[in-house]
Design a protein. Structure first.
Ligand SMILES: O=C(O)CCC(=O)C(=O)O
Ligand SMILES: [Fe+2]
Length: 236
């Protein structure tokens, strides 16, 4: 999505607080107080670590469930100023929790625009998607520099090759996930993606996952799939 400053505005609320969390200003013991707990993807740490032999993501990450508000686990939300190193407290002029809240609620507007747009292209009632897609996970990623190239890559489904995506300073990148692929009966394809890191500069990114409410059902919307239903109905 390109162009509108309104889409870029939310980033300003987290930009002053989040980079500092990763830059070594915050002591590891403090970050570990927000470490992921078994069975949860929220918190500080690496998700999907199932074996000591697997390759780990290069990034340092921190994830929280931010929407709907009643789904928040505030024990994962860093507080200010108590938990940060006293010598660097000046950096955290804004409360980190507040920055999260502001970012997340402003981002809901962006999400609504995206969902409305997608619903229109599928000729389905916007409500149908709004009601399903109500949960939001925010994930901050910090990639240390490394002797490599900086790029975002997506996999070309037809040829299996990785294609570099040049970031546009006035654009948000929207990746399609599996749930939308199923719901749209394959009209939207879930995109495999990965990131290459920079040789000399760290990379910071914020992913906003817009996901269906848990304990729900996801299935191809009937009128889209009238010729052939390509996906099974699944519980989330
Ligand atoms: O750093 C990026 O641009 C990608 C992040 C991402 O894909 C993720 O957090 O799942
Ligand atoms: Fe991703």
């Amino acid at each position: 999505m390109r162009g509108s400053p309104a889409f870029l505005l939310p980033f300003t609320s987290v930009a002053p607080t989040w980079p500092a969390f990763f830059y070594g200003v915050v002591a590891l013991e403090v970050k570990n107080a927000y470490a992921q707990r078994p069975g949860d993807l929220q918190g500080y740490g690496k998700a999907f670590v199932v074996s000591e032999d697997q390759k780990l993501d290069w990034s340092d990450s921190f994830a929280i469930r931010a929407q709907p508000p009643e789904a928040r686990h505030l024990s994962y939300w860093p507080t200010h100023p108590h938990t940060f190193s006293k010598t660097h407290i000046v950096i955290f002029v804004a409360s980190i929790r507040k920055s999260f809240e502001d970012y997340s609620s402003e981002f809901m507007q962006v999400t609504r625009s995206v969902v409305t747009f997608v619903a229109k292209t599928l000729h389905i009632d916007t409500k149908l998607m709004e009601d399903k897609y109500v949960s939001r996970v925010l994930k901050m990623n910090y990639y240390h520099p490394c002797m490599s190239m900086a790029e975002k890559l997506i996999r070309d489904g037809r040829h299996g090759a990785w294609i570099p995506v040049k970031p546009h300073p006035k654009a948000l990148l929207v990746n399609v996930g599996d749930f939308l692929e199923i719901m749209s009966n394959g009209t939207y394809k879930s995109i495999e993606h990965r990131v290459k890191i920079n040789a000399t500069q760290e990379r910071l990114s914020i992913s906003a996952f817009h996901i269906p409410v848990f304990d729900g059902i996801n299935s191809p919307v009937t009128h889209i799939a009238k010729d052939k239903v390509l996906y099974k109905t699944m519980m989330i």
